[in-house]
Design a protein around this ligand. Structure first.
Ligand SMILES: [Zn+2]
Length: 113
């Protein structure tokens, strides 16, 4: 168990990262919280929520993990989460800094534009 101060120090390290580097850190952490009990699978993921002024409701998209093999070990384009798409397997809306990424829920490769 950590202290509030320890978690504050960790948060201070994370908050200075550009979003695509923060996503890479969380890619290494969040899958450790997957639960699979009695046929019900729960995956802890990062999501982006958008509220369009002229449309009802919120758009929720899962943050996809960049395909590091495709980018020769890199994280893809050093930009915000500006690439959008849909996972062909689970139909979740996904966003990423990269045009080639993996769905954080089902692990399928996604093409984003
Ligand atoms: Zn998926």
């Amino acid at each position: 168990m950590t202290t509030d101060e320890g978690r504050d120090r960790l948060a201070e390290q994370l908050v200075v990262l550009p979003v695509y580097e923060l996503v890479d850190v969380l890619r290494r952490v969040l899958p450790n919280y997957t639960e699979d009990n009695c046929g019900i699978r729960t995956e802890l993921v990062l999501a982006e929520v958008t509220d369009y002024e002229d449309e009802p409701g919120l758009e929720v998209e899962l943050v996809a993990w960049p395909d590091r093999d495709y980018y020769n070990g890199g994280l893809g384009i050093g930009q915000g989460l500006w690439e959008h798409g849909h996972c062909a397997k689970c139909d979740a809306g996904v966003v990423s800094n990269a045009k080639r990424a993996y769905c954080p829920y089902c692990g399928s490769r996604c093409g984003l534009t």
